[in-house]
Design a protein around this ligand. Sequence first.
Ligand code: UDP
Length: 321
Amino acid sequence: MSKRKVLISGGAGFIGSHLCDYYIQRECKVWCIDNLCTGSTENIQHLLNLHNFKFIQQDIVSFNIDTFQEKFDMVFHLASPASPPDYFRLPVETLKTNSLGTEKMLEITRRCGAKFLFSSTSEVYGDPLISPQSETYWGNVNPVGPRSVYDEGKRYGESLVMAYHRKYNTDTRIIRIFNTYGERMRIEDGRVIPNFISQILTGKPLTVYGDGKQTRSFCYIEDIIRGIVSMIDTTYHLPVNLGSTYEFTVIQLTEIIQKITGVKATIDFLPPLEDDPKQRRPDISKAKELLNWEPSISLEDGLKRTFLFFRSRIGIGKGEK
Ligand code: UDP
């Protein structure tokens, strides 16, 4: 059937590699570009020898697009550190990937007349003063705080995408991804679910930052991929939230993790992170209306699958050492 050609930046990352799988399974030609600053070839190992998969290990920021003449039907810009410890460690890189990197991906798109999707984030809402957050909320971001490299980087990225759409009529889309989890997150990713699962698996206390009353809504990877691929088929150019609407405190998450794993853990309360959003829950009416999309996997089911993945990874690691 289709031999559509797809370019995915960040294709060796957590979400990107699942997106590569999706299009490979649908007989597309997939080009993955990733500098592996947070991604890993392990995530795309099974694709590397396929004739319709091409991996370019390269930073999109320094990528020479003038000598890159491939034509694509769809371009997905997912490259960026996304875990707070990663973007704290890679602040300038995060800003550059979302600004200069976004511009390069948009230029490739414009040259081919392709469809473009930018993966933005719930972090554009900062520490929100309203809940749930709908796309019409402009957010509450500290522009000079440690999270600003990600928040403002994505806000600039969104602005640039809209500028290309308005000025050049580029066929763009923007999704705002809320907390997502699942297979292929790194054990050392630093986000709350990988941290809690690896702490459970290694018999360590669960680390809770602050009082644990802050909330998040966690969406399983399969649901997010379904949302991303439906979005590319629309002609809607303004941002669309993708995420789960079931909101939990971090303390509740410690309880759920203990329940599904059957392991009793102690809790280590650590100092709060600077500017850590106190609440986060998406209003997904737009995604429901536009894409007929809503998450279908419960947190318990998704966590069970993620736990099995981490257990096999930690098991393998121990055996090798
Ligand atoms: N968090 C925590 N312990 C951890 C990691 C994270 O209590 O070991 C908290 C963090 O402070 C935040 C929430 O869990 O309030 C979600 O953090 P995560 O890093 O997963 O994603 P964020 O939504 O902050 O980008």
